[in-house]
Write a protein of this length. Structure first.
Length: 199
């Protein structure tokens, strides 16, 4: 009960800063349910409030992202922030370029893949066994990540970079580029600012 009360107070302070209608509505519902002794309804309303908060944070992350990756312009029509079904957290998506030279960024908060990826990145023997010409561990702005290359049908390469940011998984992929270009594009992402927002 005490934890629930503290969580409600914390959410009040966050709500004052965000002023999101959906968040405020869920918070009022949670307070009303808690006062009425309906703990299951209170819990559900607090989860709704947290989902609204995650979506608001996701929209703030989109504002931090660069307007282009090399010569690939942002496609804001593809921007999307959605709530993760069954989990607290959100999925943030952005695309760059056209279909032949597309780059995509996805950030999934509270990703279930984090534990496995962290094990590979932080266990030298395991990381070494799983490294070859197409898979290797890299560092981008001080963050460890896993870079995977695959061949496209036209003979060009596509790269996928996965970087854990706390409990979130950042996945950046791009085709028709070299490894050097891929890492240069990844270095334009404001990793530290993103990590602060989504934690």
């Amino acid at each position: 009960m005490k934890k629930l009360f503290i969580a409600t107070i914390l959410i009040h302070f966050i709500a004052a800063g965000l002023m999101a209608q959906g968040f405020d509505k869920a918070l009022v519902t949670a307070q009303s349910a808690y006062t009425g002794g309906k703990l299951e309804e209170t819990h559900y309303a607090l989860l709704q409030a947290m989902q609204e908060l995650d979506i608001t944070i996701g929209k703030e992350v989109l504002k931090l992202l660069p307007p282009k990756m090399e010569d690939r312009q942002v496609k804001t029509a593809d921007d999307n922030v959605s709530s993760n079904v069954g989990f607290i957290g959100a999925t943030i998506h952005r695309s760059y370029g056209d279909t032949s030279r597309e780059a995509e960024l996805d950030i999934i908060s509270n990703s279930p893949m984090i534990a496995m990826l962290n094990t590979m990145l932080n266990t030298p023997m395991l990381g070494g066994m799983m490294s070859d010409a197409n898979n290797k561990n890299v560092k981008v702005q001080g963050y460890k990540g896993r870079l995977t290359a695959s061949d496209l049908s036209d003979g060009k390469k596509k790269y996928e970079l996965q970087i854990p940011l706390g409990s979130a998984l950042l996945t950046f992929s791009a085709g028709d580029c070299t490894e050097t270009q891929m890492l240069a594009m990844a270095n334009t992402l404001p990793m530290q600012q993103i990590a602060k927002l989504i934690q």
